[in-house]
Write a protein of this length. Structure first.
Length: 397
């Protein structure tokens, strides 16, 4: 059994004291300020056809601290400020590598509130974590243990829109081992009537997490819309809306973790379809349902868990006609309206539309494994309709 030393983040909720909350809020503001200053400097240099790298940005930080206007930067730990410059460097690296857009300035109201501490800026001992510039340890709710004998290399503190505080401890997890190899393989078809349909015939019901709280969310949003901008009551109403969104996201994340963990444990090869979700959500009638299904989150979660445990995820090209192809004889139907949920091929086989699609995906995935058939797409392929484009027109039941 192969051991893969995986860099893994363990996220916990914690409850800061008033002094700790004030210190962290100041740190968040300083991190945002330094990031924006460095981005402005690099943008101005870019306009002059000059390049500013991380070392040059880092050299600017002491000069900023010496100015009267930015003297407050000295009140917080220097490590999160340096890490903000490193994050900006990563953003520019991704931009020049054509993997992301040009970095944007951080907003006080919209951007995530977070700060990253390296080992020199925190002390972790006997299950207690103390950050730089703080006299007390954080009151962390240890919902699960860290790997035995492991100490975090970095600590990221964040606060979400609902006002909840989280700390993420990044460390090597030696407990993650490749699972024993098996011959099991499965095709997975994503949908809206059923969240997932497997080539085995099993179907996972769509829990529709957003629909369960839709009435409460609409009510909270109406109340928010009536509050005066900038008022304390509006801030309270905004947090109530954020709490509902957080509850929905937590349920969705929990369900996807359970499904993906089960799939990875039971199967060696997992075959999915390369869905262009960002194009699908442009359909105004289905955008809410598709977003709630979280197909992209399902794929990313499945892929990183498969990498952890030595499994293989194969993504089939979006143009592959999985729904119209007979999984028994290989005949291709001319049309397959969405209203047709079951259909009978000329060979006499009656198909469930989604199960048939999953079986065809599995067959295509096996072809990739056996002979490298040309159905494996690029992970970040350009826009365009998917082979499952007929599925995006499905009405939300």
């Amino acid at each position: 059994m192969t051991t893969s030393h995986v860099k893994r983040a363990f996220k916990y909720r914690f409850y800061p004291t008033d002094a700790q909350a004030a210190e962290l809020s100041r740190t968040f503001g300083c991190v945002r300020k330094v990031y924006n200053l460095a981005l402005a400097a690099r943008t101005e240099a870019w306009a002059r056809q000059e390049r500013v790298n991380y070392n040059q940005s880092s050299a600017m930080l002491p000069a900023w601290k010496k100015t009267e206007e930015l003297a407050y930067l000295n009140e917080v730990s220097a490590v999160p400020l340096q890490q903000a410059l490193r994050h900006l460097q990563v953003a520019f690296t991704n931009f020049f590598g054509k993997r992301a857009r040009y970095p944007r300035f951080k907003s006080r109201k919209k951007s995530q509130k977070s700060a990253e501490y390296t080992a020199s800026a925190f002390r972790f001992r006997d299950g207690e974590l103390r950050l730089a510039k703080m006299s007390e340890s954080l009151r962390i709710v240890w919902s699960r243990p860290l790997p035995d004998g492991m100490s975090p290399s970095t600590v990221t503190v964040s606060q979400d829109a609902a006002g909840r505080w989280f700390v993420s401890l990044s460390c090597d997890d030696p407990s993650i081992k490749h699972l024993p190899t098996t011959d099991a393989a499965i095709g997975i078809d994503a949908g809206l009537d059923h969240l997932l349909t497997f080539s085995t015939g099993e179907k996972i019901a769509n829990p529709r997490h957003e629909r369960r709280d839709r009435v409460a969310l609409a009510k909270a949003q109406r109340r928010l819309a009536k509050k005066a901008k900038g008022s304390a009551n509006r801030a309270k109403a905004r947090r109530k809306v954020a709490k509902i969104h957080a509850r929905i996201a937590d349920r969705r994340r929990d369900a996807l973790h359970k499904i993906t963990t089960r799939l990875v444990r039971e199967n060696q090869t997992l075959v999915i379809e390369d869905l262009t979700v960002r194009n699908m959500v442009k359909n105004r009638k289905l955008a809410r349902a598709i977003s709630d299904a979280a197909w992209s989150q399902f794929r990313s979660t499945l892929e990183y868990k498969a990498a952890w445990y030595g499994r293989e995820v194969i993504a089939i090209d979006r143009w592959f006609p999985s729904s119209k192809l007979c999984s028994s004889c290989g005949a291709l139907a001319d049309e397959m309206p969405l209203s047709v949920r079951t259909w009978t091929c000329e060979c006499g086989t009656t198909h469930d539309r989604d199960v048939n699609a999953a079986k065809n995906l599995l067959a295509a995935g096996r072809a990739v494994t056996a002979c490298g058939a040309g159905v494996r797409p690029q992970r970040s392929s350009p826009g365009g309709q998917s082979a499952m484009k007929q599925e995006t027109s499905r009405r939300e039941p």
